[in-house]
Structure formats: structure tokens, C-alpha cells
Design a protein around this ligand. Sequence first.
Ligand SMILES: Nc1ncnc2c1ncn2[C@@H]1O[C@H](COP(=O)(O)OP(=O)(O)OP(=O)(O)O)[C@@H](O)[C@H]1O
Length: 256
Amino acid sequence: MTLTATASIIQTDSLNVYYDDFKALKNIQLNMKEKAVTALIGPSGCGKSTFLRTLNRMNDLISGFRVEGNIFIKNENIYDTKVDVVDLRKQVGMVFQRPNPFPMSIYDNVAYGPRIHGIKNKVVLDELVEKSLKAAALWEEVKDRLNTSAMGLSGGQQQRLVIARVLAIQPEVILMDEPASALDPISTSKIEQLILDLKEKYTIVIVTHSMQQAARVSDETAFFLNGEVVEFAETNKIFTNPQKQQTEDYITGRFG
Ligand SMILES: Nc1ncnc2c1ncn2[C@@H]1O[C@H](COP(=O)(O)OP(=O)(O)OP(=O)(O)O)[C@@H](O)[C@H]1O
């Protein structure tokens, strides 16, 4: 089934997700805009990470995990049996809470994805590595030590390296699961600035526990509670004029 083109790049339709008999996500209907930042907020255990990971099928290998309904990315049903999951993850990259550089050089970290996808030419790889590190706002800090171990970088630098590694495979969508929660305030603000820069070219979906962060970086916000989306609207509206009492209670710190 193909939907007609819309301004949204990700569409979920009657999405239910189960871990065995437990229904972790209930009837999620979200349309996420292209080249915008969508924040997913809500108390612990409400299903934010499950939803995020469902968008590039990261949950597939969990036993008992099951999806009902549809998720379309660029009008393609990503749970269709024809979909190649490796190709999907090339299109939909992911950044985790803890920076996870590979134990190899800075250069090899960034070149890793392109090499796996068959790019071997040194000139092309050099260009891609430089471009990706520049786009991740890390180039100036590492250009003279590209062949040293990535493990020697600070946590904030490692997270930007991981973002460069994702950018090197030229995705369309970047999923971020609390990408700054393990970082100090300065590194956090660098990541937030980077997110704002990246949305010029990429669609970003970010899970965050920080409402200030959601307010600073996102265009639209979805508030999750007990596996449901209670409210989804422009971020400004969610934070200044929420329509649902539960949203207001959460953003004013009454629970969660
Ligand atoms: N692998 C799993 N097996 C069984 N249940 C799971 C699994 N992963 C998550 N769950 C359950 O699904 C629900 C949603 O979890 P999820 O991690 O998506 O929430 P979250 O909103 O991201 O929470 P947090 O903010 O604490 O990371 C929780 O009740 C959780 O216990």
C-alpha cells in the first residue's frame, strides 16, 4: 500500500506494539514532518524508546516483540516483508544515550558504514569522513589526530563522532535516544546546536527526559503516557497551551 505524498516523512497508522502479552504501544497515529525535529516526551516506561526503535526495526530481535498496524517512511511500509532491514537502517540512522564509538581510529569509525556499503576508494572515503566530521561539528577538534583511537575522545566528542558515523551513511532520518543525557552541560549544548543545524538536511526524532531540551530543539512534540500518545502538537503549543490536562500535569512537573 502506498500513501499519497504529504509533507510528513514518517507516518504511523494504528500502530500497536507488544512484548509478549504486554501492549507497550496503543494505537499510535503520528505524522512526523520532513526536515524537522520531533521530540518524544513522557514519564519513564511510557513507550518512547520502544516507539523510536520501532522506526528502524531495532526491536525485531527481541523475543515476544510484535507489531500491528503500519509505519510508513517515505511512503514505504517498513514492516513489509520485502524491506531489507540493512537498507532501512542506512536510511534511518540511530544515536544512543551512551556514546558507542568502535574501538578503532576516529577515521575508521566514520569510514566504517561507507566501507560496509562498498565504498573503497580512498579519495571518496577521505572526503566523506571530512564532510561528516564537519557536519557533526567535530572536524576542527580531531583533524590532526584522525588515526588515533576514538576511545581517547571525551564523552561529548565521542557522541559527535557517533553522529558523524551516522551522517557518513547519508541517512534521511536520524533517531536519537536521549543523546545528551550522559553528557556535561557544555557538551549537551553542542549536541543541541548540532541538532538545530542538522535539521536543515535531516529529519530528526529525539527522545528526551529534559523538557527544556525538547522546548529548545524540537518543532513538534509528542507526549506519551502508558503507551499512548496523549497529545501531539507544535512544541510551542505543547509547552505554553497544552490541550490535555495530563500534558499540563506532566510539563508542570506534577508527575514523571
Ligand atoms: N525487551 C522488553 N521486554 C519486555 N518489556 C519491555 C521491553 N522493553 C521495554 N519493555 C516494557 O515496555 C514499556 C515501555 O518501555 P520503554 O523503554 O519503551 O519506555 P520509555 O518511555 O522509553 O522509558 P524510559 O524513559 O525509562 O527509557 C515498559 O513497561 C517496559 O517495561
